[in-house]
Ligand binder design. Sequence first.
Ligand SMILES: C[S@@+](CC[C@H](N)C(=O)[O-])C[C@H]1O[C@@H](n2cnc3c(N)ncnc32)[C@H](O)[C@@H]1O
Length: 324
Amino acid sequence: MLTYVLLSEESLAKVKPLLSNERSFLEELYLALATEPVLEIQEEALELLRQNLSFWRRGYAIPLRALEELERLSGEELELDCEAMLGSEELEAEPDASYAFAREFCARVEGERVLDIASGFGWVPVLLSQRAQVYALDSAYENPIVYGEDRIYIAGTTIELFPGFAEGQAFIRANRERFTCYADFARLFWERHGARLENITLLQGDASELKSVRCLGEGALPESFDSVTIFFGLNHVGKAWRRVLREASRVLRERGRLHVALYREYLARFPLKGAYDWAEQLGIEVIPLEELLKEAESLDLRARLVRGHRGEALYHMVVMEKRE
Ligand SMILES: C[S@@+](CC[C@H](N)C(=O)[O-])C[C@H]1O[C@@H](n2cnc3c(N)ncnc32)[C@H](O)[C@@H]1O
């Protein structure tokens, strides 16, 4: 397991001059970071390390082992301090895909009628449909599934279906007439994971403009909800996050609660999903907690940060109650 360290500005200033692009330095560093015996150093591996160095210089988290190596090579004690430290196991958790995190998040959600914003094919509808009517909203549910030669994805999004899971890909390809759009795939995921599909209503539309949202199939969008959930969705809706929050607050009943899971700001400077630039690749909007809390206050929502949850190092859980 690697530990990644996010250095303070002062410490980064000490480390930067030591991050050389010289080949002999890169080779030594590569060997120090290797988790398995190295017989030959490949060019691509050095290139990747070079790219990582360019992220480190820009203030991204650095493996602790690399810092130890820098100290050894420089022959002096660097005395570094850090803003945050996370292990590679924690970073592999992929918060939005974690069943354990979703379970803990949903355990706090009350009421019979819940709107889940930016639902995708996530765990929230699976868990809440056991005890509530869930309205799962996504702007891409009607987007077609594209059956490419080497990957299957949702048109107009970065969402790939069954990446690295050949059996899943084979299944959906063999049944492609049944799986033509994102909503079909979401239903498949939910059904296979034990959701009560009869309790889930799919909604197509933009969360920043709920008046334009339509039900897929029968039913209509209720006027108000007991709870609204946004499990990392605010990070996915981009610059529209304030409008989404306003809409969520508008459709919440008095004393109803809005539950939000939000990536911690510093997480965007750690490698996640295998890359340092995951936030950029996935179009993730980094939202400072302070700004979210300020916005909530302006919408007359009483916000409370949940402490001590299991994913606290990776994300914030915020519960906002609509004032009477
Ligand atoms: C990572 S995905 C799903 C997150 C989900 N809550 C989960 O638990 O996995 C984010 C989703 O947000 C949807 N989305 C992005 N912008 C949106 C918007 N303005 N309104 C509704 N959905 C949106 C995308 O189509 C995508 O399916």
